[in-house]
Design a protein around this ligand. Structure first.
Ligand code: IVH
Length: 672
């Protein structure tokens, strides 16, 4: 027994050491933090239960990794601490109880400063006489790396403190990070330059800060928020909150989301609020931090080995987990796109059990070296569809080795038609069209759907049967189904057959917008279908429209316009439309609106700033006169309408020499 415990402890220590190196030295973690935390906790528990195996070199006895030799080492005047973690509300309750007991407060509530837990990397900034002299990473908490040259490139950071009253010596602590948008842009640039991409914003921030060449760092969208301090001269305000507000006054960036809260209830409420805001925040947070606000109390509480007793991190459920990739299946979509799908051993991520994940395309699968049987990191953030982030190398493997690189088949897995790769796109498509049962089934499902023709009762299973029995080859065949045909299907009683035929009959009466949407034209969703119906007024007008006319319609860009045009010029589609009309599908013939004069047709406008009328109202008025109102300024823009406190769009317009008009100018365009 004890032998096997010893082996288990040794194995965990080795694994954690391997992960430490990958994470702290290579900026390339092999597993998500949650998996690391799990192994760490497991080892902690085993060591606590078996004190005879204590080892000063165990990963539990030190925090993080050593500083790289390439940067100068900096000894922190005061150690940079870590935080205790909580993964559930009752652990927050325990923390609150420990705090109150430690301070002998009885039932009295404690004021905590609640802050977002930023997901980046910790930095210590030393200001002397108000000037930034050193910036150091956390390293092992005692000694970090001198990254001053890199930190100086962060535009969010003052090189000289602003205002007055700052102490002669001030060490500020904060978190360096990259926004979600900055991360996407950085990865796009890396990809274009043929460089490696980063798994998440945190790795991107770490990789960017640990650049030996600060010119590279300067091009990275790094930023920071300050949340604490280390060594300092003079005195600072009495509460953590007041100190952070003071740092803000000295020009240091402090998160606008920090907030003092009262007692456990206040902490839990704040956590809930941040959990809701999380998806819409521009940067990643992995939890919230609660700190006893009164500094005197912080001192009284002190710290345990690696973390203060007065602070706690309440983490969100992990958004990444490790599981096995069971198979790579191919799905044929309604419009023929073939998408690989990862079948996964069930795993809980972001609070739900995940068994499938999208894989986008062949290139991505090959780049990540994915193959059935391998271990993968799965990510699911908020409502986002789960994704396979990367492959985890097998034990002892530095880089994953792929025995069978994935290859897209040359024939459609559903119908055997040739698979074609779209020009300029990574997507593959089955060329079989409606001859491909997969496409046929989905086209029919889409047509019958609730937001399309709304044929009640014509569900997926029925459609599958009807297609498999060759009773439906186009959507028009739905209206030719007979009672005998329907009643002959599996699990279909005479009564249900009647109901289905009645529902089919009812669906004959529809609206033009629904009908257009039901046709399943590529890129035409519900909103676009409605816009098309509105703008064209009749199906004939839509069929007759040329690409240029279509592009005038709201939400319709060149790609969508082309797709509609192509659809309406494919003889097969026109035959189906005709058949549908022959079968009695109809809609109210709108009193075909007299086309309004469109003096602004072909003109492109951008609106920025505040106007005396709501912007959407102005936009609608301009569109009614034929103008296209877009969100960003480009060479194609004719006018930029600038209201009060305009954004960067106004300066962009000046740069490009585009005519700027004020509110009065807009009203003149509108003929008011
Ligand atoms: S306070 C005295 N506040 O989380 C406690 N840390 O898990 C020191 N972090 O190393 C940390 N946001 O890099 C604190 N609002 C916040 C934070 C925060 C992110 C990071 C920090 C720290 C790690 C501990």
């Amino acid at each position: 027994m004890s032998d096997s415990v010893a082996r288990q402890i040794e194995s965990l220590r080795q694994q954690l050491e391997q992960h430490n190196r990958a994470y702290y030295l290579d900026d390339a973690p092999l597993v998500p933090d949650a998996e690391y935390d799990r192994l760490f906790r497991e080892l902690q528990q085993l060591e606590a239960d078996n004190p005879e195996y204590f080892d000063i070199n165990s990963p539990t006895q030190r925090v993080g990794g050593e500083a790289l030799d390439l940067f100068n080492k900096v000894r922190h005047a005061r150690p940079m601490l870590s935080l205790g973690n909580a993964f559930a509300d009752d652990e927050v309750a325990d923390f609150d109880r420990r705090v109150r007991e430690g301070l002998e407060l009885g039932e009295q509530s404690v004021t905590y400063l609640a802050e977002p837990k930023l997901d980046g990397l910790a930095i210590s900034l030393r200001y002397e006489q108000g000037q930034l002299v050193t910036a150091a990473t956390r390293g092992d908490g005692t000694t970090g790396e001198d990254v001053t040259a890199n930190i100086r490139t962060l535009r969010a950071l003052p090189l000289k403190l602003a205002g007055h009253g700052w102490p002669e010596l001030l060490e500020v602590r904060g978190e360096v990070f990259i926004s979600k948008a900055g991360f996407e842009q950085l990865n796009a640039r890396q990809l274009e330059a043929g460089e490696k991409t980063f798994a998440n914003p945190r790795n991107a921030a770490a990789g960017s800060l640990r650049q030996l060449d600060s010119r590279i760092t300067a091009q990275r969208p790094l930023t920071l928020f300050c949340y604490g301090w280390g060594d300092h001269s003079g005195t600072l305000p009495d509460s953590h909150y007041q100190v952070l507000l003071q740092l803000g006054e000295w020009g240091l960036p402090v998160s606008p989301l920090i907030q003092p809260v009262t007692g456990l209830a206040g902490c839990l409420k704040y956590f809930e609020k941040m959990e809701q805001q999380r998806p819409t925040l521009p940067y990643e947070i992995d939890g919230v931090v609660f700190k006893v606000d009164r500094r005197e109390w912080q001192q009284e509480l002190g710290q345990v080995a690696r973390a203060p007793r007065w602070a706690l991190a309440r983490k969100f459920p992990a958004e990444e987990a490790v599981t096995q990739l069971l198979a790579i299946d191919l799905q044929v979509g309604r419009t023929g796109t073939i998408t690989p799908v990862a079948r996964l051993a069930p795993v809980k991520v972001g609070g739900v059990v995940v068994t499938n994940a999208t894989l986008h395309n062949e290139d991505e699968i090959r780049r990540k070296g994915l193959e059935p049987g391998c271990q993968v990191v799965v990510r699911r953030a908020g409502d986002v569809i789960p994704q396979v982030v990367s492959r985890v190398p097998a034990a002892g493997e530095a880089e994953p080795v792929t025995a069978n690189p994935f290859k897209m088949p040359s024939e459609c897995p559903e119908c055997g038609s040739a698979v074609v790769r779209e020009v300029d796109e990574a997507a593959y498509r089955c060329s079989g069209g409606l001859a491909c049962p997969a496409q046929r089934k989905q086209a029919i499902r889409h047509f019958a759907g609730r937001t399309a023709m709304d044929v009640e009762g014509l569900g997926d299973k029925l459609v599958d049967q009807l297609v498999e029995r060759d009773l439906l080859s186009t959507v028009a065949d739905i209206y030719r189904l007979t009672h005998e045909q329907v009643a002959g299907l599996e699990r279909m009683a005479a009564k249900s057959a009647d109901n289905l035929l009645m529902a089919i009959d009812r669906s004959r009466e529809t609206t033009l917008a629904r009908f257009i949407f039901a046709l399943g034209i590529r890129h035409v969703g519900e909103a676009t279908a409605a816009a098309l119906a509105d703008a064209c007024g009749s199906l004939d007008a839509l069929i007759a429209a040329d690409v240029e006319m279509l592009e005038q319609i709201e939400d319709v860009g060149p790609v969508v316009a082309r797709s509609i045009y192509d659809f309406m010029h494919e003889p097969h589609n026109l035959t189906v439309i005709e058949a549908l009309l022959e079968q009695g599908v109809h809609w109210p013939q709108g009193e075909s609106k007299p086309p309004q004069a469109q003096p602004l047709a072909g003109k492109v406008l951008v609106i920025t700033g505040t106007f005396s009328r709501p912007r959407p109202a102005i936009k609608a008025d301009l569109q009614r006169l034929g103008a296209k109102v877009t969100g960003s300024v480009s060479k194609k823009t004719d006018w930029v309408a600038v209201g009060d406190s305009p954004g960067s769009k106004a300066s962009k317009a000046e740069e490009l020499g585009i005519e700027i008009i004020d509110e009065a100018g807009v009203e003149r365009l509108l003929g008011h």
